[in-house]
Design a protein around this ligand. Structure first.
Ligand code: SIN
Length: 497
């Protein structure tokens, strides 16, 4: 194990997975300046590690090396890239428990959710290991005799990713595996709050043969890294998951060099329960989706719209299910809800809560946020919510379920669509016609119909409008890292055809 700030009292089968150095140019790098970023366990408020804050020249070097990594990686056959990705997937599986512990230590999520995230993260690598073999091009029927027209997808080049703290592994693998499958090299800048999962992934990637600068993880000040990434002529693609505000800024910064972009930004997901829904199923979906990662996901329902005829029944059942969610330290196997990432996150939940109460909402479960230790917030259920409230307009990113009652299907759809965001939406109904109608009417990149868990490596994940653009996962995921070359072959001589 390399030196840590305060090695957490966690047992690891492979202590070498705990890294406090960056990985680029195919090597572990301590950083020239000695400046470090502290990583804090949200469940204890203790510093558990310190990682380098790389200087500009080091970040530039990481990109130069990634250019060489690209030349090396793209020259491998698709089958070879696939085999190495597969090996990375297998190594993640083999080290699942250690990786889950690292994740819970730095991010706080319940250990079982961390295990689930390692499976989820690894599933993207497995998926793209297969997709790597299927980078098919196209032959186009020629309009002139002797011509041959073909379209060849080529790797776009050095790709970079800026990833969030809420899913410290999955948001990396679904970008990196797609890029590597396409033949690109990838440099990841993980969130400063959760770099340790990313560094552990780099360790395993290297062991899997994704080496020689093909995959790197750099840590440092977000603004500096963003600037170096977007100003570099070597970087051809940037993928970002995070807030709409930062996404806009990165888009502006990418404009001079016209880097290709994928942006997975904020959401404001509606969760509609129609009168003809199965209440038990709807509550199960609501709990799984809303309270995953203690409400800190971009796709979790932010607004519950419940039709009048089922409202009271649904609220009663949801309240019961929410009150059974144990709150505490993520390493406790029984715990389902843990600390929010930091005090700022609690402040936002509190602001939304107080604003809703002031504007007439009723709190049927939970208390005022900000009173519990270690940034914990017990699940909150609010009824009598209206669109004028802040929590209806903005993503809360915490364990709050605000319920608004509506009467007609048209009203429910109109309310659900009344947001500039369009990442995920959910609805519950047992009426087949309604399921088709509403599924098509909702303005969102992803829709769960009688389903709260929509995330899946095989399907294209992404939003519309202010939730961004680009897709991750599915067969579309690899295309984000390819550019098309159209080749038009004329006859080489007068006799050829
Ligand atoms: C996110 O919250 O940004 C990602 C959630 C997921 O992949 O399910």
């Amino acid at each position: 194990m390399n030196t840590s700030a305060q090695t957490p009292a966690i047992e690891f089968k492979t202590p070498a997975l705990w890294r406090e150095q960056c990985f680029y140019a195919g090597q572990w790098q301590a950083g020239d300046s000695g400046e470090r970023i502290e990583v804090v366990n949200p469940a204890t408020d203790k510093v558990i590690a310190r990682v380098p804050s790389l200087a500009k020249h080091e970040l530039e070097k990481a990109l130069t090396e990634a250019q060489q990594g690209f030349e090396y990686w793209r020259a491998l056959t698709a089958l070879e890239r696939s085999a190495r990705l597969r090996r990375w997937f297998e190594l993640m599986q083999a080290h699942k428990e250690d990786l889950a512990r690292i994740m819970t230590a730095e991010q706080g999520k319940p250990i079982n959710e961390s295990r689930g995230e390692i499976d989820y993260a690894a599933s993207y690598i497995e998926w793209f290991a297969e997709e790597a073999k299927r980078g098919y091009g196209e032959m186009i029927p020629a309009s002139k005799a002797g011509q041959h027209l073909l379209v060849r997808p080529e790797p776009i080049g050095v790709s970079v990713a800026i990833t969030p703290w809420n899913f410290p592994a999955a948001m990396i693998t679904r970008k990196a595996a797609a890029a590597l499958a396409a033949g690109c090299s990838m440099v990841v800048k993980p969130a400063s709050m959760t770099p340790l999962s990313a560094l552990a992934l780099a360790y395993l990637a290297d062991k899997a043969g994704i080496d020689n600068g093909a995959f790197s993880v750099v840590t440092g000040d977000s603004a500096t890294v963003g600037q170096v990434f977007t100003e570099s002529r070597l970087v051809k693609k940037l993928s970002f998951t995070g807030s709409t505000q930062v996404g806009r800024k990165l888009m502006e910064q990418c404009a001079p060099n016209l880097q290709k972009l994928s942006l997975e930004l904020g959401g404001n997901a509606p969760f509609i329960v129609f009168d003809d829904a199965d209440v038990e199923m709807a509550v199960k979906g609501a709990i799984g989706s809303k309270f995953r990662n203690t409400g800190q996901t971009c796709v979790c329902p932010n607004r519950f719209l419940v039709q009048a005829g089922i409202h009271d029944k649904f609220v009663t059942a949801l309240k019961k299910a929410m009150s059974e969610l144990k709150l505490g330290d993520g390493f406790d196997e029984e715990v389902k809800q843990t600390s929010l990432i930091n005090a700022g996150a609690v402040d936002k939940v509190k602001r939304h809560y107080l604003d809703a109460l002031e504007k007439g909402a009723e709190c049927v479960l939970g208390d005022e946020p900000g009173t519990l230790e270690h940034n914990r917030v017990a699940p909150i259920l609010l009824t009598g919510v209206t669109p004028k409230m802040q929590l209806w307009q903005e993503e809360t990113f915490g364990p709050v379920a605000p319920v608004l009652q509506f009467t007609t299907e048209a009203e429910g759809i109109e309310l659900a669509n009344a947001t500039p965001f369009g990442l995920a939406a959910y609805f519950y109904t047992q009426n087949l016609d309604r399921s088709w109608r509403v599924g098509q009417a909702l303005e969102s990149g992803m829709v769960g119909v009688n389903e709260g868990g929509i995330s899946n490596a095989m399907a294209p994940f992404g939003g519309i409008d202010q939730s961004g653009f680009g897709r991750e996962g599915g067969r579309q995921g690899m295309q984000e890292y390819q550019q098309l070359k159209y080749l038009c072959y004329g006859p080489a001589g007068s006799d050829s055809d």
